[in-house]
Design a protein around this ligand. Structure first.
Ligand code: ATP
Ligand code: MG
Length: 432
């Protein structure tokens, strides 16, 4: 029989790695909650036309990265990103009629049929947020600054914020024409993909990772020459807010992003290239003032971002909690099994994380396992302990032991966990 394996580019996250994931997720949830964002959960599967309409037909994501299929004649897609679904839910539940400003965050798996490599997978997790109903540059600056604080707290060091404005629809049309005019005589120097983009989605050429394309666009006109006065004022105000906050950033006039829905503000946060390889972008986001209307709703401005959990883990020094449990109950002999189950239950009720080793193996092998689980205590129930109604409480860190009643053990373990024995490692760490 051939062994079945996971789908290429879709990874198992084993328990050893989960602690780090949870630490990041917890810090993100706390950060967002503190800023008045509430969690939203939308389906993993959405109607294909949602992404085609929201993300744009001529984008890499829609053209070649979506997992789409038909089920009973209905075109469905595993979500490649979270914003389209959030905007659909916002509209479907008429949230705009209930509150003037909506702040949502989300996390969950996203799916893109890309070539797997370091920091780039076919199933990956995103943490993201959306603000609906606030058109102002203050909103953009607040969210960018919030993210910088989040990355500092993780910590991710050496992250760089890049901002740009791509204006509104008209500015972009004017720029598009100018870019096509500039690139057409140079089209033979472009990659085959970008030669095609020249007629479908020329702005995407700026985002190409191909060296030939990068050279070709290095001297191209930038969007800034084409922005309306309103767009310019919005962008200037965003920069002034960031300056006032002391949030470090750089303006990158050639920054465009892969999804068509953006208007005005765009930003990226990049991590150190040595840790992340070519996929060095940690966070991508911006303003998408037209999306809700284009999905058939009212004119509601919006701003949002998403970041890849796996890339955050590659870039950050976040630690995993060390201990799996605080204590292990170690029954010796068949008669000790039931009392061990009862003792373990009492420990858990007292808030102590505890594993009960019911294999019926030797003391030595049970203690070896207790150590592997990082347990501070082993509670040994042997023949004599059973007879006398006692338990042997072994402190695996301090290498000490005493025979006590179960009641005394229940009282003394929590105290010891709060006050680790001299030189012993700290007890169960919570999120950083
Ligand atoms: P890239 O330019 O690296 O392809 P993108 O522009 O496609 O990124 P977005 O769609 O803006 O990225 O997604 C936001 C974030 O989600 C990225 O900055 C990255 O951290 C993460 N991300 C995107 N695609 C993947 C992937 N295939 N695997 C892992 N993380 C990803
Ligand atoms: Mg991409």
């Amino acid at each position: 029989m051939t062994l079945l394996r996971a789908v290429k580019g879709m990874n198992d996250v084993l328990p050893d790695e989960i602690g780090r994931c949870q630490a990041v997720e917890r810090l993100f949830a706390e950060t967002m909650a503190r800023a008045g964002f509430r969690e939203v959960r939308t389906p993993t599967l959405e109607p294909t036309p949602l992404f085609v309409r929201a993300i744009g037909e001529a984008t890499d994501v829609v053209e070649k990265e979506m997992y789409s299929f038909e089920h009973h004649g209905e075109p469905l897609t595993l979500r490649p990103e979270g914003t389209a679904g959030a905007a659909r839910a916002y509209l479907e539940h008429a949230i705009h009629a209930k509150e003037p400003v909506t702040r949502w965050w989300y996390s969950g798996p996203m799916f893109r049929a890309e070539r797997p490599q370091r920091g780039r997978y076919r199933q990956f997790f995103q943490l993201g947020a959306e603000v609906f109903g606030d058109p102002g540059p203050g909103c953009d600056a607040e969210v960018i600054d919030l993210l910088v604080g989040f990355l500092d707290a993780l910590p991710v060091t050496g992250a760089a914020v890049l901002v740009n404005s791509i204006g509104g629809k008209q500015a972009r049309e004017r720029y598009r024409d100018a870019l096509v005019q500039y690139l057409t005589p140079r089209s033979s120097t472009l990659s085959p993909d970008s030669q095609r983009r020249l007629s479908t989605n020329p702005l995407r050429i700026l985002d190409s990772k191909d060296d030939k394309d990068r050279t070709a666009v290095a001297e191209a006109p930038t969007i800034h020459e084409f922005l309306d006065a309103d767009d310019q004022a919005h962008f200037a105000a965003l920069r002034a807010h960031l300056d006032a906050l002391g949030t470090p950033y750089a303006v990158d006039p050639r920054l465009v992003r892969g999804l068509d829905y953006y208007t005005r503000t765009l930003f990226e946060i990049k991590g150190a290239e040595d840790k992340l390889g070519s996929g060095s972008t940690l966070v991508g986001g911006g303003r998408y003032d037209r999306m809700v209307a284009e999905l058939g709703g009212p004119d509601v401005p919006a701003f949002g971002f998403a970041m890849g959990l796996e890339r955050l883990l590659l870039a950050s020094g976040v630690d995993a909690p060390g201990r799996v449990v605080d204590a292990v109950v170690v029954p010796i002999g068949a008669a000790a099994q039931s009392p061990a189950l009862a003792l373990g239950r009492d420990l858990r009720r007292a808030g102590i994380r505890c594993d009960i080793d019911t294999r019926g193996t030797s003391l030595k092998s049970q203690l070896r396992r207790a150590t592997a689980l990082g347990a501070r205590f082993a509670l040994i129930l042997g023949e004599s302990e059973l007879r006398e109604g006692l338990v042997q409480l072994k402190d695996l860190d301090a290498h000490s032991q005493e025979r006590v009643t179960p009641e005394v053990a229940l009282r003394s373990i929590p105290d010891s966990l709060r006050n680790p024995a001299g030189g012993a490692t700290a007890p169960a760490e919570e999120a950083p």
